[in-house]
Design a protein around this ligand. Structure first.
Ligand SMILES: Cc1cc2nc3c(=O)[nH]c(=O)nc-3n(C[C@H](O)[C@H](O)[C@H](O)COP(=O)(O)OP(=O)(O)OC[C@H]3O[C@@H](n4cnc5c(N)ncnc54)[C@H](O)[C@@H]3O)c2cc1C
Length: 171
């Protein structure tokens, strides 16, 4: 096998890249991916004490967390940092409004500090799609990743475990 770290030899190959890199390496159809944006807002640190992820009940937000309440070094003294996710392109003022509403604070109390757009953030997983796709492509070639199960760290870990179990079972 040829890699950017030179020629490698192995009994088994597991391709564990993101979905579309896997397609480039192995062929097959492109996987439809979701877009997402992560918004960061600063607030005074005495406004919200929750360490929990808050799930939005209506668009445009998916969820939001005061991330510096979990990792204190993510905000300077006296400030807190909120991280929020949207699945579509919205304006900064719409994001301010939605984040303030979700946390029950005033828009004048939050300040947008950054926004990251991730065009191909996760494999699109529509209703009806199964939770486990084929991972063995031939006797010694496997594919692993969240695109073979479901788009989350749990899905990626499950996929890796299933491949490992299949390889061990072959021995
Ligand atoms: C903004 C965002 C927020 C998220 N939040 C959460 C969350 O809160 N909870 C949760 O459970 N999940 C979350 N996820 C999803 C989670 O990150 C993914 O489901 C998980 O990382 C997928 O793991 P993976 O191993 O399948 O792929 P990846 O994590 O994409 O790993 C693939 C690896 O392959 C490498 N690679 C690519 N091409 C090559 C190549 N040619 N050669 C060698 N290496 C290559 C890449 O650099 C990468 O390291 C989030 C994802 C995003 C984008």
């Amino acid at each position: 096998m040829r890699t950017n770290a030179g020629e490698q030899k192995g009994d088994v190959i597991v391709v564990a890249t993101d979905a579309n890199q896997s397609r480039m390496l192995l062929g097959g159809d492109n996987v439809a991916m979701s877009y997402s944006s992560t918004w960061y807002h600063a607030i005074d640190s005495d406004l919200i004490s929750s360490k929990h992820l808050r799930v939005a009940t209506k668009p445009p937000l998916i969820n939001s967390v005061v991330i510096s309440n979990v990792a204190a070094s993510y905000a300077p003294q006296g400030k807190s940092l909120i991280s929020s996710t949207t699945l579509r392109d919205i304006t900064a003022s719409a994001a301010d409004r939605a984040v303030a509403e979700l946390w029950g604070i005033s828009e004048s109390e939050i300040e947008m500090v950054a926004r990251y757009e991730i065009p191909h953030s996760l494999p699109l997983h529509l209703p009806g799609k199964g939770l486990q796709a084929q991972q063995r492509l031939s006797e010694k070639l496997f594919i692993a990743g969240d695109n073979r199960t479901f788009p989350a760290q749990q899905g990626a870990l499950l996929s890796g475990r299933l491949v490992a179990e299949a390889i061990i079972a072959d021995r």
